[in-house]
Each structure stands twice: as structure tokens, then as C-alpha cells.
Design a protein. Sequence first.
Lengths: 289, 329
Amino acid sequence: MNGFLHQVIAGIATGGIYASVALALVMIYQATHHVNFAQGEMATFSTYIALTLVQAGLPFWVAFFATVGISFCIGVVIERVLMRPMANAAVLTHVGLFIGLVLVVSNLTGWVFDYTVKPFPTPFHDGPLLGGLVTGHELGSTAVTLVVLGLVYLFFRHTRLGLAMRAAAFNPVSARLVGVRVGWMLALGWGLAAAIGAIAGIMVAPVVFLEPNMMLGILLYAFAGALLGGIDNPGGAVIGGFAVGVIENLGGTYIVGTELKLTLALVIIIGVLLVRPAGLFGRVVLSRV
Amino acid sequence: MATETTLPIAPPRPAFAVDPRIVWGVGLIILVAPLFLAESYQLFQLTLAAIYAIAILGLNLVTGYNGQISLGHGAFYAAGAYVAAIMMDKLNLPYWSTLPAAAVLCGLLGYGIGLPALRLGGLYLALTTFSLAVAVPQILKYKGIEAWTGGVQGVLVTKPDAPFGLPLNSDQYLYLFTILVALGIFLLARNLMASRIGRAIMAIRDHGLAAEAMGMDIASLKTSTFAVSAMITGVAGALSAIAVEFVSPDSFQVPLSITLFVGMVVGGVASIIGGVFGGLFVVFMPNVAEGISKAAPGVIYGCILIAFLFVLPGGVAGLLRRLAARLRR
């Protein structure tokens, strides 16, 4: 029973990581109706920036916020330079751009920061807490995820900018007519997603160690979580992320074994899309034809 | 509802008003010449290019012509390769018998994956198939099927020798065999796309609703296209197992699926002949890229992909078509 409890709690802790990446995916989706494949690679790149800053002697939290700021700018620039000229292109072109981005960013990461696996410092008390059930880092990263979720919620619900961003994604033409600068809202969405991705990367790196392909599996689970919760619902995505973490841990321990953990994500994705495509908390979209 | 795509559609006739017999003759000479001119390793690379061309053609049917974006075609390629390797190594069956077997099995697999894929549009399908590509190596390594797949180690196979006492070494024979298979598949695909069914497949991509209103059975056509596409890519996989003489889970990681996708975009989306350019590109480009910069062929690869999307959305085939049209004027 204690083992079971431990698995659940460990699942919630890894789920926190999936939740934050899922949140970043949903952010992009809300702001631009894109699902960015390169999200994971961008987050890894940001984490390397954070490591470089920490090694340069900056205090952890200074490096943290600096990285978040830099990542935000990178996100905005990518939207302006790459996505903007292709705003009206076919979906296939967008997918092509994302794939190109994955290739460039992941290989650039390996090129600049080399491929060796590196440890990453944690800002939290690193040791077992609550009688060995969780480590300080797990607790801390989960708390960070929840804080980010809270901020995102407040931003989208209670600020004019958040409202404008939702409007730009929901109905670009009408939003433009009432004076929302739709193009910049999209860029802002990319920036926010890159920033959230960076936070997720920094929180996950102490657990899985830093290497260029760190986020590949995580992105998959995050996507599963985002779909499970509903791709257009940030809160749902976070719950979905936590749920996928628990499912992954329990499934890996008791059902399929650790070798098929990634396949579990595939099964979740296909299952959700078949049974309830809108996700648990998503809005069912009806379209007039 | 906005119009979905503005992809170039191949004109029904070759752009040049040259006698088709001349085109065929020159084409055959180009195909056969390497047999006598190329070194063993170059011949192997050309064989690989032909194999990739087949795989990219398969991907192009479902993604380029039918508009269902698949980033997981490496999975079918892997399935075909493992079918071939297991049949040759464990069951001692002849190499040529693996191609129809791989076609049938991958066709079924593609049908099975096409069924849920029906419900997904654009990006969702892309991400789902992408996760399939991520999961494939894990499934191949799975302990429960290790007796067949050889687990992490993979399976070794041997190249066939030339039959009927042909004066060719095994590399030369395999090149010839692959070219013949490729030629057959490309002709079949061209005919399929020029037919009523082919036009229906493209109509579904361009305007699903209108296609349905015209009486096309979208669900069955989409799943069938997925199955045929998987079938073709599976045959390419089987050929690759025979040519490389080795299969292992690590040969079928995510980059394989991405490579096929890049090859399709560079060769030409929704173009039959584009597969050939795509195949040549994915085999020979890494060599050139490593010449430019040892450290990061991937960066160059990605940059080329993005550059093509911006400058040449029709790929190499589209470029040639435009040049030919200009010459004829």
C-alpha cells in the first residue's frame, strides 16, 4: 500500500512537469490555434541558457527570471520571423515549419552546448520529505507549476491584454475591427508559451538531467495530458498533465512495465481522440457549415 | 469555412512536348547506367535513394494528395523492414516473398491506424502519428516479442545473389531489383492518381464538404488511401532491410519519419516524381551538409526545409514544372 501511495505521489510530481508543458501547448493553442511541435526543443534550449547563466555565477532565481525573459523574446522573434509570413498558408506548411524548427533548434542545442548529459541544480531543499514520500524538488516544482497556472488564469480572465488575446484567437477579424492588434497578440502568445516552456524545462532538468533530447518523451506525455484535459482549457490541461503522470507511473509499475511507458502515451492520445475528442474539460466545438 | 489548401496539382500531361518514347529511353539509360559506372558503395547509396523514393511516394499519397498529414510513416517503414528480416532470418523464406507480405501487413496496419485518424484533422493527426513514430522503437525493443525481433540487437539478414546466373554481383543485382520494384510502384501510383479514384482523393483534400456532396465516400476513401500509403512505405521498408542487411530499433527512431517528411517537401508535395528527388535528397544531402559543417547537418537540414517552404513550396518537382512551362512558352 505504501508502495502504491509512493507511486501515486511520484506520478503527481512528474505530472507537474507534464502539466507545465501541457500548459505551454494550450497557451499556444489558445493564442494561435497551433500545436507547436518544437515546444520541447525550445524548452531544452532555454534550460541550457539557464545552466549557462547559473554557471556564470548568477544566483539561481536571477538566472531563472532572466531565462524566462530571454525565452519570451525568442518566442516572439520566431513568431514574427517564421510564422507571420506564413499565417495564411496551409496546415501542411505550418507542420513543415514546426518540423524545421525542431530540426534546427534541437541540433543547434547539441552543436552549441554539446551532447554530454549534464546535471542541473535545483533551488529547493534536495532531500526526502514527508517520510520519504516526496523529495523537496518534486514538491517545489509542483508548487511552481501551480503558481504559473494561477498567473496564467488571472492573466487570461482578468486583464485587458488577456481578453484581447482570447478575442484574437477566437475571432481574428472581429477582434481586429474593435482595435485588437491580432498579429501582436499571436506573437505574444508564442512568447508566453516559450516562457512557460522554459519554466517547465528548468523544473524538469534536475530530475531527468540535461541533454538535447530531454523533452522528447515529455512533450508526448504533455500532449497526451493536454488532450485528456481539453486542448482549449488551461486548467483542464494541467489536471490532464497530472493525471497522465499518475497513469504513467501506475501503468509503468503495475501493468506494462517501464519499457512501454511511451506507448502508454500513444494509447492515451488515441483513446481520448476516439472516445472524447474534446477532452474531459474541453468545449465541444460545433461548426456551422 | 475557409478553403483548406492551395497546393499545386500536377498537370495531367508532361510539361514538355517531347515524344514520350524519348523520355522513356533517356530515363531507362539514366537508371541502368550506374550498374556499370558506379562503385559498390555508390550503387548501395543509389539503391537506398530508390528505396526512400518509394517510401516518400507512399507518404505523398496520404499527405500530399489526400491532405492527411502523417509524421509517423517511419512506423510502416519499420514494420515492413521487420517483416522482411523476420521472414528471411527466422523462417528462411526467399527475399522476394517478403515484399508482398510486407505490403499486406503494412496495408492492414495502415487501415487500422487510418480508422481513428479519420476523426482527426490537420495538426491532431500530425501529432498523433508523430507520437506513433516516438513509440515505435520502444515497441520494437519490447521483451515479449524479443524472440522474433531480436530486441535491442535487431536481426541480421544476408543480401541475395543474382539469380539465373546473371553476371552481376549482389550489389548490382539488388540495385536492379530495387529499381524494377520502384518503377512498378511509381507507375501504379501514377495511374491511380490519374484515375477517378485519384481525383476523388484530391477532391477530399481540397474541399471535403464539396467532395461529400458530390457523393464520395470520404471515410472509406481516407482509410483506403492511408492503407495504400502504408503498404507502399512498408514495401520500401522491406527493401531497406534486404539492402542494409540489418534491422534494429535504433534505425527506426523519430528522425526517420522526419526524414521522409522533409524528403516529401523538398521533392514536391503532391507530385509522383517528387518522390525521386526526395529520395536522392535525403540520401545525398547529409554528405553535402557534413562537407559544409561537420557539427550540424541537422541545422542545415532544418534550414533547407524552411527555405523550401518559403521559396519553393512546390519542391524540386514544382520548380522543374515551372521551368518547363516557361520553356514551352
